[in-house]
Design a protein around this ligand. Sequence first.
Ligand SMILES: [Zn+2]
Length: 252
Amino acid sequence: MTGDFKRVRVELEKLVDLQITDTHIRKLKQAIESAEQRRANIEQEFEKHAFSIREIQGRRDGLQAERTELERQIAENKTYKERAERNLKHAQNQKEYETAMREIDALQKQITTFETQVIEKMTASEEVEKELESRADEINTLDAKRAEALKEFDDELKTNTAELEDENKKREAVFTTLPAQLASVYNRLAQRSRDGIAVAEVVNGSCSACFMSLRPQMQVEVKKGDQIITCESCTRILYIASKPAQSEATAS
Ligand SMILES: [Zn+2]
């Protein structure tokens, strides 16, 4: 009986160990499989910021171009106005005089309109500059932050990949020491459930996988640990984490 107890205890410990390793392997695989999408999400997040900054810079450049165009038109109109003023000086008759006067008047109105528009563009430009100024930190650090975030992500992926390789080896090492029948029971249970859980801890008298309460007699049997007990509801292998063993482990 003592020998049996020890054997089952060792096997149960291996099963628990295997379950921890397999759960970790699942998480690592999920992280690796979703890596491409998660990396794209990081890039997209940064692209959103970059896009909004480019939009403001585009507005600034647009206002600058409009102002330059207005100033060109003002200069052109001033040239026309000077010519009209010369015409006025050399007017030979009343009709020429009036034509030149009307032309000067119209050109001056046009120049005043353009000058008002230049002031409007300048005011708008100042607002945009203020907006850019308030986001200067973000603008200046965006590229570096993106590179940093992606590097961090790539490093994590590398770590996960290496860890997965280690865990696979570890799993193989534990798995091969299990009795063939128990190994196949474990695999069947693990493959059957969506979460890959074959071995479930009993927490507060219930199976932690399906939350079914255990009959008191079963709790006693699981606690004894001299045979493999499975949940009556979900058929997973049950165990109770032995606290004395844990404190022994931490003490040694
Ligand atoms: Zn259960």
